[in-house]
Design a protein around this ligand. Sequence first.
Ligand code: KIV
Length: 297
Amino acid sequence: MGKVTVPSVRARKVRAGAEPIVMVTAYDAPGARIAEEAGVDVILVGDSVAMVVLGHDSTLEVSVDEMVHHTAAVARAGTRCLVVADMPWLSYHLSVEDTVRNAAALIRAGAGAVKLEGGAKRVPMVSAIVDAEIPVMGHLGLTPQSVHAMGGFKVQGREQGAAEVLVEHALALQDAGCFSLVLEGIPSEVGRVVTAAVDIPTIGIGAGPVCDGQVLVFHDVLGIEDRITPRFVRRYANLKADAVAAMAAWADDVRTGGFPAERESYHLPAGVDADHYPEDPGATIGLYGAAGDSRTA
Ligand code: KIV
């Protein structure tokens, strides 16, 4: 399988016979490798990193520098997935120049595209980024960076006429050059209407089954995050519980003398007498990374 590109994602409309797009968030190199080996198409370095990795209560606290740091880690994994980096709050709100510079920082970190939240009012920023040859993914519906304006993380688009309004925003983003759209936290019926109205693929999260793809947060799919489970999440593993059990088993082995065993221990070469070593043998024989150390030997 070749590299997933922006044009190949742009062409993935299910109504044209395409397979649904699979997108998952990842925030580091091991996460990116897991996504690739699982056959995922697109890795989103989401600003959800603020909540699932950095311990914040919303996505508002993450900075461009932090997004650059995580994007670079994901990109270094060198996967075939398209890497999309989220533009964090306030990185595309102040001026066109600031917006393009921030988008470019994420591209230089290794992303192949950026994502930003909001509808028609974002069109000038989207156009400027696209003008700088940077592909943009839009994001409509429950946009977590608007948590205070929305009064919480609440399903959007439930009122009469909401579908029409969302379609207008979706078409505005499409016309501005977005190559795809995330639809988050909206009724399935509205997700279906928006998906039918646009030519670019929609990628849903809590937007029902009639989208051109689906995205979930890495820690939710794998059950690493077990505190909150939104309705739209399906867990395919319980890695938090597995990790706690594994760590507890190791802690128990340490406390009872069961770790390390012979197979996890190094030995002096034959003929070298431990009694003739200086006070700190580690300093002399380079136990922790000096030349000649081989932790696997
Ligand atoms: O940051 C994120 O994880 C996202 C997804 C929920 C789409 O934007």
